[in-house]
Every structure is written in structure tokens, then in C-alpha cells.
Design a protein around this ligand. Structure first.
Ligand code: 6GU
Length: 387
């Protein structure tokens, strides 16, 4: 892959010669060219900027130097070339965009400075090449050079032959849609802090479940925006229930448990017989969460500690939104909410509620017993990993 950088601070890009990209250059995988934008100026002062039309603070990078530079670098044929313009007003740089850019033959980075580059430079470049205006996050840097370095590193490490270990690429944060689980190495005990025992157990299944659990926990806590928003259409929120939610919870509960009653041929199940007062009172006893999509309450779940057991109950999803991962999301959410004292998750469902049983088993729950009564109910439990 060929990489070109247009900048007024070429020295800023010196790190490209170091470490991993440096090695890739040495091996011929990368062909790196850093260009001083002032090479394409023609005046004595080598001017690259001017005041903005329409007024305002700061300076704008003039069109002529960038225009001539891109003419020279792109030529006529810009097939397989993407011009990456680094700017805080660009589209967000993500792992997905890194993967896309890694497929290109050549990237030309135009590093912005000041208030930005005259827009006509980008409009004109779009007539011959793909142009992507890209931002690396919601903060403002003085210039796009550091952003160009960050983008370069994320892209180049995806090139075939660049990383020794392809599996380590797959396991990393963002490739699986979740943040990465915490990692540990020897010694097993350090300054009174222990490595979670499950990692020393040699039980690969238990280790995989624990890691997945930790990844979900971290994601719920730090990056709820990464959780499967695609599961539902439109904006959704998951929040702790308040008293004002009780009426909607009751309505949803009735809608959901009629189906349960039919599946299990049992009209006696408690959720069908509660009134508003009971539901309102339960909000004080349980840690209840509700999901809203476009303002509508479409799902709920609750958890409560009983000794060292985290009891999970009333997991419900509006009938018209089933099958979109909302139930799974709620289940992950309520598990992540278990307090430190909890060692086991426990929940109940009808012994003939096939969909529920399937989801719970997939999430690592196992049926412990089936209680007396027409609908079962089945008691499912799951050990909380690492405890
Ligand atoms: Cl790409 N450039 C600048 N100047 N600031 C930024 C950025 C880029 N991404 C986030 N902040």
C-alpha cells in the first residue's frame, strides 16, 4: 500500500518511520511519502492560508497549494485511491472504516490545520478520487497530523502480512462489537490482588463464558452505545424504572403473559393477576429496568438479591418487537447489574415456554428443577463467572 501525507508540518509525521509502520516500510509492504505542502506555493512567503470569506476567527488553508499537490499526486488515474481529509467535522473513524481503507491500494492524507481546508479542494478532488473527511473523536486537535497517524496505525495493522497473529486481530475490542475483557498474566497474586480463579481453572468453556460476560459488563457500563442498537429500529434507551413507569409495565406485562398462559395452558400465573398497586410496590423491592423505543415502553426486566442469588424476573418484550435481540439485551443488562455479593443468577419460566428456554440456555442458564403446578414453572440458574 502506498501512503502519502500532505502537511505543513512534515516533522510531525516522523513517527511513521518508527516501530511497526517502519518495519513494514523496510519489508516493502508500505511505501510512505511525506510531502511539505509549501512545496506547492509560489510566493516568497510560501503562504498556505488566508482569511475566511464571510468573516470569522482563524485562517483557512488556501485552495491552490492543496489543489496542485493533489493534481501531482493523483494524476489522471485515481482508481483504488482514497483521499483521507482529517478534520474534526468528518465522519467518525471506526474499526469498520479502518477495514474499508485497508482494502485500498493507496491513501493520500490531507492534514487540515487552522479552521480547515477550502471546501473546493475536496469538491474538486471528488471528481477524480474517493474523498473521505474523517474525524478521530469528539474533541479538537490543533491539526490533522496526529489523526493521520492514528488512522494509519489502525489501517496498516490490518494489511495481510503485517501482523504475525491473525487471531489477535479478531479477539480485539470492536471487532466483536463488544469491548475486550480484562486480561491478566503472572504472577497469580500481586500486591494482594488475585487473578480471577476461573482463569486458572483450565476449564476453557468457563473461561470463554467469563470473558464474554466481562466484555458485556464493560460494554454496558462504558459504551452502552455499542450494544445491539441494530436490534431495534430508532432510538432506544435502557433505564432504571421509576414509579411513573408502573402503568406501562403493567400493560406490557399483561400483553406478554397472556402468551405465556396460552403456551403453558395455565391462567393462574401471577403476572396475569397483578394490579397497578402491586406493580408500583414491586419497583421499591426490585432493581427494575425499562427499555423505551421512540418513547414507548417496550421491554422490562428486574433483579433482586436473595442471599448470594441474583433473582432475575419479569423479563418481557412487547409482542411486536420479539426476535430482535431485545430480550437478550435485557438479560445481559440485568446480569451485569448483579451486585458484588451475588454468586448465582436464578430465574423462572414456564416449563413449556420454548422461546424463553432457548434464549436462557443460549445465555448459559441450565434448568435446575421443575416446580409443581400446571406451567411448571422451570427454575434456571447460572453461576456468575469468577465468583
Ligand atoms: Cl481528524 N483533526 C483535528 N484537527 N481535530 C480532530 C480530529 C481531526 N479528529 C478529532 N479531532
Amino acid at each position: 500500500m502506498r501512503l502519502d501525507y500532505l502537511t505543513i508540518f512534515p516533522d510531525y509525521l516522523a513517527p511513521l518511520q518508527l516501530s511497526l509502520p517502519g518495519k513494514a516500510v523496510a519489508s516493502g509492504l508500505l511505501d510512505v511519502h511525506v510531502h511539505d505542502l509549501r512545496r506547492w506555493t509560489h510566493d516568497r512567503h510560501r503562504t498556505v492560508d488566508d482569511t475566511p470569506y464571510g468573516g470569522g476567527a482563524g485562517m483557512v488553508l488556501k485552495p491552490e497549494p492543496f489543489g496542485e499537490a493533489l493534481d501531482e499526486l493523483l494524476g489522471d488515474g485515481a482508481e483504488g485511491v482514497t483521499v483521507v481529509v482529517t478534520t474534526p467535522s468528518g465522519e467518525p473513524f471506526t474499526q469498520e472504516l479502518a477495514r474499508e481503507l485497508a482494502t485500498r491500494d493507496r491513501l493520500v492524507f490531507a492534514c487540515g490545520r487552522y479552521e480547515g481546508i477550502d471546501q473546493r479542494v475536496l469538491d474538486h478532488a471528488r471528481t477524480t478520487a474517493e474523498v473521505r473527511e474523517v474525524s478521530i473523536g469528539d474533541y479538537v486537535l490543533n491539526g490533522g497530523e496526529v489523526a493521520a497517524l492514528a488512522i494509519t496505525e489502525a489501517v496498516v495493522r490490518l494489511l495481510p502480512g503485517f501482523m504475525g497473529n491473525a487471531q489477535s486481530l479478531v479477539e480485539e475490542s470492536h471487532e466483536g462489537g463488544l469491548l475486550e475483557h480484562p486480561v491478566y498474566t503472572k504472577p497469580a497474586s500481586w500486591r494482594g490482588h488475585e487473578v480471577p480463579p476461573v482463569l486458572l481453572s483450565g476449564d476453557h468453556g468457563a473461561i470463554a463464558r467469563w470473558r464474554r460476560d466481562q466484555a458485556v459488563r464493560r460494554t454496558v457500563e462504558r459504551r452502552p452505545d455499542l450494544l445491539p442498537a441494530s436490534a431495534v429500529t430508532g432510538d432506544w434507551t435502557i433505564e432504571r424504572a421509576v414509579r411513573a413507569d408502573a402503568a406501562e409495565i403493567l400493560t406490557l406485562q399483561l400483553a406478554c403473559w397472556v402468551r405465556e398462559a396460552i403456551a403453558n395452558d395455565d391462567l393462574s400465573i401471577p403476572p396475569l393477576h397483578e394490579d397497578l398497586e402491586t406493580v408500583t410496590a414491586s419497583l421499591a423491592d426490585w432493581d427494575t429496568s425499562v427499555v423505551r423505543v421512540g418513547g414507548r415502553l417496550v421491554g422490562s426486566v428486574r433483579g433482586r438479591l436473595d442471599g448470594d442469588v441474583w433473582d432475575i424476573g419479569r423479563l418481557m418484550v412487547a409482542p411486536d418487537l420479539r426476535g430482535r435481540g431485545l430480550g437478550r439485551l435485557l438479560l445481559e443488562h440485568v446480569q451485569a447489574a448483579a451486585p458484588a455479593g451475588a454468586a448465582t443468577y436464578r430465574l423462572f419460566t414456564g416449563k413449556d415456554s420454548a422461546d424463553n428456554l432457548r434464549m436462557y440456555k443460549k445465555a448459559g442458564f441450565r434448568v435446575r428443577e421443575v416446580l409443581d403446578g400446571r406451567s411448571g414453572p422451570a427454575v434456571l440458574t447460572k453461576r456468575i463467572s469468577g465468583r
